[in-house]
Design a protein. Sequence first.
Length: 148
Amino acid sequence: MLRFLRPLRFFEPEVERILDKNHTPVSVIASKESLVIGSGEVYRIKGDEGELAIVVHDNYRRRGLGTLIMYMLFAEAQKKGFTKIHAYTHETNVPMKRLAQKFRGKFISMIEEDMYDFLFSVEEAIEAGARALREKGIVVKPLAKILE
Ligand SMILES: CC(C)(COP(=O)(O)OP(=O)(O)OC[C@H]1O[C@@H](n2cnc3c(N)ncnc32)[C@H](O)[C@@H]1OP(=O)(O)O)[C@@H](O)C(=O)NCCC(=O)NCCS
C-alpha cells in the first residue's frame, strides 16, 4: 500500500511494468537466495527528472537495506542522466520521511492533502547517502574498484 500508494487488485501487471526497461529505466533488486527482499525503481517524469519508489520486505527492515537501495538507485540514476528525483510519500510514513531527510530531500508541496512531494538533487543525495552508509558501517565500492 505504501509502495504503490493505492490498493492493488492485480499484482502481475505492476511487476511486468517494473521489469519493462522502457517503463523503468533504473531498478535495483536485493535478493537473498531465491527470495526478493527489497527493490527500488526510478521512472522518468520528463527530461532529467524522475520519480522513485522503494520497498523492503517486512522481515528485513531497519537493517540499513532501504538506505543501501536508495543509494544505489541514485548512483544508477545519475549514470542514466537523471539530475532530479521526486519521492511521493504518505504523511504517516515515518521510515520514508527519515530516508528523505537522510538523502537531503526537500519538501516541495502536499499532494491530495496527505501526500508529501520530496525533491532530491541526485548529486547531493549520492553524497549524503554515502555518508549515511558509512555511519551504518556499510561499505559500497564502485564497480570499477571491485573489478580492478
Ligand atoms: C521505507 C522502507 C523502504 C525503509 O526500509 P528499511 O530497510 O527499513 O530502511 P533503513 O533500515 O535503511 O532505515 C532508514 C531509516 O528509517 C528509520 N526507520 C526505519 N523504520 C522505522 C520505523 N518504523 N520507525 C522509525 N524510524 C524507522 C531507520 O532507523 C533509519 O534511520 P537511521 O539511519 O537514522 O537509523 C521500508 O520501511 C518499506 O518498505 N516501507 C513500505 C514501502 C514504502 O513505504 N515505500 C516508500 C514509498 S515509495
